[in-house]
Design a protein around this ligand. Structure first.
Ligand code: SAH
Length: 292
């Protein structure tokens, strides 16, 4: 039975208090509990998976709401994580809502595997990470998502790693927490309980970063060397004098200010050439009175 915090009778009836400790058996086929053929799906996407993210299993325990399952699929897909495992989802879960919220992650939803107990769902996993909004007995050693991602990234290189999320109304039971090798709490202000799918997003985001999957867009133009910047300042100095922007007696002072402005950001070679081009084009326009 769930604790008194559970407020849905249907969820209670699903709550299994028997938590077999992962047996270490290889291959989920041995332990998978098919909840009807229709509910068992195999992975359908051919999209390439990056690094060890392919070894991450997102495990949702006793989920009540289809929208959360769908939104979790979307978050997973955003972060290149494709393997969803459901443990005894609520019988009344709205699958149409799940499909609606999954949006382009319908392949993740369709490829889900369903198990009767958490023990079965994580039997093949080398690490089992429980997520909890609560501190308390058995939950005091929780890490942050970032610390957790760093800790499990090397483990995911060796085998499947489960990230386990609890029920919307009462989280994970103590017996389920006892099944976990790691615990993680997402830091929050006073109100600690995130929406389930948002908690999934925070975790998969950190796992994605820890897997080194993100390559930021880099500036193609190299930083401008000092000589090129000095040439540009000289060109601006001449031109600002020519157009009467500054008196010759004020030129040193003004150009020191201009240099300060230009050095506020790291100028690339392309930036400097653009700033020289502005002067060149301005001179041409003044001399010719029209655009080139
Ligand atoms: N009322 C429940 C919280 C349920 S929220 C409780 O007291 O435990 C549903 C699930 O989202 C949680 O079981 C957990 O897996 C995840 N979650 C929500 N907030 C979280 C947080 N701050 N840190 C880690 N996981 C969180």
């Amino acid at each position: 039975m769930c604790t008194s915090k559970c407020n849905r009778a249907s969820a209670e009836s699903k709550c299994s208090r028997e938590m077999p400790i992962p047996s270490g058996e290889k291959g989920v086929d041995k332990v998978r509990d098919k909840v009807g053929d229709k509910d068992h799906h195999t992975q359908s996407s051919d999209a390439p998976l990056r690094g060890d993210l392919d070894n991450i299993r997102i495990v949702l325990v006793g989920t009540l709401y289809g929208g959360n399952v769908g939104s979790a699929c979307r978050a997973m897909s955003n972060m290149g994580i494709r393997h969803l495992r459901l443990v005894a989802p609520d019988a009344a879960l709205d699958w149409a809502e799940a499909e609606k919220m999954a949006v382009h992650a319908d392949d993740v939803l369709a490829a889900r595997e369903t198990f009767a107990t958490l023990g079965e769902a994580v039997a093949d996993c080398v690490a089992v990470v429980g997520t909890t909004a609560r501190r308390g007995l058995y939950r005091q050693h929780a890490l942050t998502p970032r610390e957790t991602a760093a800790a499990v990234a090397p483990l995911a290189a060796t085998g499947p790693v489960a990230i386990v999320f609890g029920r919307e109304d009462c989280g994970l039971h103590n017996e389920e927490v006892a099944c976990c090798t790691h615990l993680v709490q997402i830091p929050t202000a006073a109100y600690a309980s995130l929406n389930l799918a948002q908690a999934v997003m925070v975790m998969v985001y950190e796992l994605f970063l820890a897997a080194g999957s993100f390559e930021p867009v880099r500036e193609k133009s190299p930083p401008a060397p000092a000589a090129l910047k000095a040439r540009m300042i000289g060109i601006w100095r001449d031109y600002l004098g020519e157009i009467g922007f500054m008196e010759p007696a004020m030129a040193d002072h003004m150009m020191a200010a201009m240099s300060r402005i230009f050095s506020r950001g790291a100028l690339t070679e392309d930036d400097v050439r653009i700033l020289m081009g502005v002067v060149r084009q301005s001179r041409w326009a003044v001399a010719n009175g029209e655009r080139s």
